[in-house]
Design a protein around this ligand. Structure first.
Ligand SMILES: Cc1cc2nc3c(=O)[nH]c(=O)nc-3n(C[C@H](O)[C@H](O)[C@H](O)COP(=O)(O)OP(=O)(O)OC[C@H]3O[C@@H](n4cnc5c(N)ncnc54)[C@H](O)[C@@H]3O)c2cc1C
Length: 494
């Protein structure tokens, strides 16, 4: 039986980034994926002539010096064709549409139009966003192991504690709401509605609960470059897996790992039909929610991750609709991404109060048959309601009707133009992506110091690491790719 240097559980973007990077470094790697698709929450499936994106639709980090740009350069790969979005999306509110431009100059002009009474304050706020966001980028791109768990991790952080990082202190110790107070914007309901929508979409929380540095980093990322990738983000996942295979490493599809245990210096990974694989190191990319369900109990008890504490942490689920739609329904808009926010929604920013519509490019023949486009509607959802079986089907129908009717209000003809409507709930995410209880998108920040509760790539078990959206720096294909690279760095250092 072959023994691998590193086994990776889960071919999400975290696992793929770690696998590709370790492959480049010359490690013998095996990547195990439970499903028959790569990319996890940023993957795809195909049905009825369409390609549907399982979750993520907006690509980030492909600009010069961006995370994927650098990774592709390291690997010597050519990125797939993609469209740089400007505007990134149109944000539909009952009384207006905000064009959210990537280009800073155009965005500041849009601020003049949308927030004329406070335009200088909003621009000053955005100046701060860009300034702090750039500092956070510089720190995170050095792949610090955070939160530090060992003397070596602390030693790695020490050189980063220089003058610029000291300047970050206020943003590490305040929420976005606190910063808005400083700018006199904390009572401006339109601007707060807008910001809450963008923060929910990127950091899974609102201005009151979002640590300033995290929110700023997310907000400025939109302006560095958001992309619609040809064939969807799954194309990236496929390229990374292909790279691993071409270099002689193994990617095992339909290979759920049921149990990871330790035997002497090696780990045993039990897969289907009781097949066992051996490896010296392991990276878990199947989310911290699943850690205790995958590790042999004696091994799991060595971890820093306390089962009860982990289970009590706030995380969202996603309600999602995939469908085809006739091209003519969106003939009057060039934007591929549309966000709908209902400031009066009693539920707040989830369960339809805020949701995103992503459309495939008309000319992207990977995604839909001619004359049609593939679309995704997605909203955050409270998980518990979906595990009450008696209301499941009726709740699913209600939410489907609700989202479709809202889009139909802004784009008349939408409901009639639909083809093959496929709703998905946290139950679907558990079934297909093995996310425990259907939790996706990592942990929702709950206050100014919530980032200190992050899980690091270290699990506390020597030579067994973790990456993905439940690990620092958190969700989004960018964040999980960084954590995958951090895990690879850790392995190369140990
Ligand atoms: C609805 C939605 C919309 C989103 N939109 C965006 C967006 O537009 N842009 C963006 O950047 N991000 C977006 N995100 C976030 C982004 O998709 C995720 O943060 C990221 O893809 C998570 O990657 P991950 O590495 O944590 O792994 P995951 O995507 O969770 O993948 C884990 C993989 O592990 C596999 N697996 C699980 N258990 C096992 C096992 N025991 N053995 C083997 N394999 C296993 C799963 O099948 C899965 O393929 C969105 C997320 C959702 C849910």
């Amino acid at each position: 039986m072959e023994t691998y240097d590193t086994a990776i559980v889960g071919a999400g973007f975290g696992g793929l980034a770690a696998g590709a990077q370790l492959t480049k470094m010359g490690y013998k790697v095996a990547l195990f994926e439970a499903s028959n698709e790569l990319g996890g929450s940023a993957g795809k499936y195909e049905r009825g002539g369409y390609r549907f994106q399982s979750g993520a639709t907006l690509g980030m980090g492909f600009e010069e010096e961006g995370v994927f740009h650098s990774l592709y350069q390291t690997l010597g790969l050519k990125p797939p064709p993609m469209t740089l979005l400007n505007p990134i999306m149109d944000i539909h509110l009952p009384d207006r549409t905000i064009h959210y431009y990537r280009d800073r100059h155009q965005w500041y002009e849009e601020i003049d139009r949308q927030f004329p009474d406070v335009k200088e304050k909003v621009k000053a706020f955005y100046d701060e966003v860009f300034y702090v966001g750039a500092m956070v980028d510089r720190l995170v791109h050095q792949l610090p192991i955070f939160p530090p768990r060992t003397v070596k991790d602390w030693a790695g952080l020490f050189p980063l504690m220089n003058v610029p990082s000291v300047k970050m202190m206020p943003f590490l110790t305040q929420t976005i709401y606190r910063r808005l107070q400083k700018f006199g914007l904390h009572r401006h309901s339109l601007f707060i509605t807008f910001l809450n929508g963008e923060l929910m979409d990127s950091v899974q929380t609102n201005v009151e609960r979002c640590p300033a540095f995290l929110g700023y980093a997310a907000l400025q990322t939109f302006h560095k470059g958001a992309y619609a990738v040809q064939g969807g983000l799954a194309t990236i996942a496929e390229q990374l897996a292909e790279y691993m295979k071409r270099q002689g490493n193994d990617v095992f599809m339909r290979h759920p790992i049921y149990e990871v245990s330790q035997a002497g210096d090696l780990f045993n990974l039990k897969s289907k039909r009781e097949k066992v694989f051996r490896s010296e190191q392991v990276i878990m990319n199947n989310s911290v929610h699943n850690l205790h369900h995958t590790l042999f109990p004696r091994l799991a008890r060595q971890s820093y991750v306390r089962k009860e504490k982990e289970q009590s942490r706030e995380a969202w689920g996603a309600f999602i609709i995939h469908a085809g739609v006739k091209e003519e329904v969106f003939a009057n808009t060039e934007s591929l991404y549309h966000q709908f926010i209902d400031p009066a929604n009693p539920e707040g920013l989830h369960d339809g109060g805020q949701f995103l519509l992503s459309l495939s490019r008309p000319e992207d023949s990977f995604m839909a048959p001619e004359g049609m486009r593939s679309l995704t509607l997605s909203t955050h959802t409270d998980i518990a309601q979906w595990w009450m079986r008696e209301n499941y089907e009726s709740n699913k129908q209600l939410m489907t009707d609700r989202l479709i009717s809202i889009v139909n209000h802004y784009f008349p003809g939408f409901a009639e133009g639909l083809d093959l409507v496929l709703p998905g709930t946290p139950v679907t995410f558990q079934k297909w992506l093995k996310r425990h209880d259907g939790k996706v998108g990592g942990y929702a920040p709950t206050g100014k110091f919530s980032w200190l509760n992050s899980y690091s790539v270290r699990t506390g078990i020597p030579r067994l690491h973790q990456c993905g959206d439940t690990v620092f720096p958190g969700a989004g294909t960018l964040g999980v790719t960084l954590s995958g690279l951090m895990a690879a760095k850790l392995i190369s250092q140990d």
